[in-house]
Design a protein around this ligand. Structure first.
Ligand code: HEM
Ligand code: HEM
Length: 219
């Protein structure tokens, strides 16, 4: 089937969009509270962990466009896509841009790792991570340093990520942000086949993650 010229096509399911914007909000909270309000820092970080872990499961069991298998492309595909980019034009893609796929994996991996390492850390004053009792003080200090080093990498990638979105908007005239909000993008030509999985499954997976973190980390 072919879409009419002004058609809107659903690309992102609700869970993927909600995960993204919650992760962004919690990232801001984690940055603002680091070293200041450690209880809130811990909670926002652990919430990030539950969302990212669910998003990773969604990358295997979720909707077509959210699956790693659908958006992680081989280097030659990424290169051939990048060669077609020119001012005012980006080849239309159903889902993540091939150039963005591996960046997304890196962002998700760091967003998982940071809370995992932070949970063993301490702030040398009153705060001890909920898992820090499992290691000695020296190891806890080293893991706090690792947590801070991982943050330097994460913030660099976040800046690149946001810059890429801005470049797509102004140089290639492709609005990637609106689809991440509404779930839809303009589309011409043949309609790609896609399966959208019920948001209820994502909610169940997330609740399970929350329960696991509560039982094994916070209790
Ligand atoms: C206001 C700032 C931001 C904007 C406008 C933005 C926008 C976007 C857009 C448009 C996409 C989809 C890209 C594509 O179509 O290929 C995306 C994906 C993504 N962004 Fe952002 N982003 C922002 C901040 C962040 C931050 C701070 C993080 C992490 C801390 C982040 C992590 C991610 C991740 C992990 C994905 C993949 C989404 C998924 O497949 O679930 N973003 N972002
Ligand atoms: C994605 C989630 C997280 C982000 C983005 C984040 C970010 C940060 C940042 C920016 C710092 C300050 C680094 C510096 O001073 O150079 C920090 C410190 C720290 N974070 Fe996190 N964090 C996250 C999750 C967590 C979690 C879940 C915990 C604990 C359960 C935690 C525990 C700590 C500790 C103990 C410190 C050291 C504070 C100090 O030395 O004053 N973080 N984090």
């Amino acid at each position: 089937m072919t879409a009419p010229t002004d058609a809107k096509l659903k690309v992102w399911d609700l869970p993927t969009r909600v995960f993204h914007w919650l992760i962004v909000a919690l990232f801001v909270v984690s940055c603002l509270t680091a070293g200041e309000a450690m209880k809130i820092h811990m909670l926002s970080g652990l919430l990030t962990f539950t969302l990212v872990a669910t998003r990773i499961l969604w990358g295997f069991f979720g909707s077509t466009t959210s699956r790693f298998g659908s958006f992680l492309k081989q280097p030659k595909t990424v290169l051939s896509y990048a060669r077609q980019l020119r001012p005012g034009y980006a080849p239309p893609v159903f889902g993540h841009t091939p150039t963005g796929g591996w960046m997304i994996v890196a962002l998700l991996a760091l967003l998982m790792l940071m809370p995992m390492v932070g949970a063993f850390g301490n702030d040398d004053v009153t705060f001890r991570g909920p898992l820090s009792y499992l290691v000695d003080k020296q190891t806890s200090d080293a893991l706090t340093e690792l947590h801070e080093a991982l943050f330097s990498i994460l913030i660099s990638l976040v800046i690149l990520h946001v810059l890429a979105v801005v470049v797509y908007h102004f140089v290639f005239k492709e609005d990637l942000v609106r689809p991440m909000i509404t779930g839809e993008r303009p589309w011409r030509g043949p309609l790609p086949a896609a399966r959208f999985v019920s948001a209820r499954l994502a909610l169940l997976l997330w609740l399970a993650m929350l329960a696991l973190v509560y039982v094994y980390v916070l209790r």
